[in-house]
Design a protein around this ligand. Structure first.
Ligand SMILES: [Zn+2]
Length: 316
């Protein structure tokens, strides 16, 4: 059970009201459902009456539409949309897609290859929407478009996305299946795709219901100090950083965990030097639009900071 202090619970109440006001009905429902399931030390009856009524009115089940999400991808603005394969589930077909930034105008220009993945957990819309938002910010920034060849996998678990579940259609946590000869169709498609590509940087967009602030997984001192730390700092203007000494069961320092989960998604082909690999986590208990803003800001900061690191010839 996750414990919230009275002050934190007050903030959660405020954030849930913000979600309702912003039309974030699915996230309002999902967070309230976690309280109804007893995952926190607070009961539904402790919420203000208007939030309890809104939750009762939201019904017992919610479904999202992946087709609607795909239609919202910024396809015309600086990216090509490419289908990497199709998933079949319950008689429906789900195209897995990537956004690939346009090649440079000059053949003499060099661009640093970066990969951004989101939505491997279907109940984490923060990353999915932040990937959309960051694509728009990227396309508007000459400094970024000139420096980077960006590939975005905006929603890697479409069945989980539609069902608002962490797992895929067959009940598997996909982020424990990589590098393990998994039979899950999503993992096979993503591995076949990533095996052929070399990246300088790899960013995973996630979200966490137990944490009361932002944090990141980032291995290696320069990656944590020069990329993850400024990214969290910039985003902390929107949502505070989780400064607990232990986060998600791992030792952490200033919101940074210096390790990675076995079986989690990451770069498959090894470049030299090894690519930087950062996983960003935003807390579920804050309004969705704030999480999206915080996460897009963190991603943007990582890429701006990496330009400075690269220009110093720094070896990660
Ligand atoms: Zn996740």
């Amino acid at each position: 059970m996750t414990r919230l202090t009275p002050e934190q619970f007050g903030i959660v109440v405020r954030e849930l009201a913000l979600m309702l006001d912003a039309g974030e009905g699915d996230e309002f429902w999902r967070v309230m459902t976690m309280f109804a399931q007893g995952r926190f030390n607070r009961q539904l009856t402790e919420f203000p009456a208007h939030l309890q009524r809104a939750f009762a009115a939201a019904g017992r089940r919610r479904r999202k539409d992946y087709t609607v999400l795909l239609a919202e991808l910024p396809q015309d603005a600086g990216f090509n949309l490419v289908t990497i394969g199709n998933l079949e589930c319950d008689g429906k077909s789900f195209p897995l897609v990537k956004l690939v930034s346009l090649p440079p105008a000059s053949p003499f220009a060099t661009q640093i290859p970066i990969c951004l993945t989101a939505g491997i957990h279907g109940d984490e819309p923060d990353g999915v929407l932040a990937a959309h938002e960051f694509a728009r910010r990227f396309a508007r920034s000459p400094a970024l478009t000139q420096s980077y060849a960006l590939t975005i996998y905006p929603c890697l678990n479409p069945v989980g996305y539609e069902r608002l579940t962490r797992e895929n259609g067959s009940g598997k946590d996909l982020n424990r299946e990589f590098g393990r000869a998994s039979a899950e169709p999503e993992v096979r498609l993503i591995e076949a795709e990533l095996r052929t590509q070399t990246w300088t940087g790899f960013i995973n967009a996630h979200s966490d219901y137990e944490s009361f602030g932002l944090y990141a997984y980032a291995a290696g001192p320069i990656i944590s100090e020069r990329l993850a730390k400024p990214a969290l700092f910039q985003a902390s203007g929107i949502i505070p950083i989780n400064t607990d000494p232990v986060i998600d069961g791992h030792p952490a320092e200033l919101g940074i965990i210096n390790q990675k989960f076995d079986g989690s998604l990451g770069p498959l082909s090894k470049s030299d030097p090894e690519p930087f690999d950062i996983t960003l986590e935003t807390p579920n208990l804050f309004a969705l639009h704030k999480r999206v803003e915080a996460q897009a800001t963190a991603i943007e900061t990582i890429l701006h900071e990496y330009r400075a690191v690269a220009s110093e010839g720094m070896y990660l």
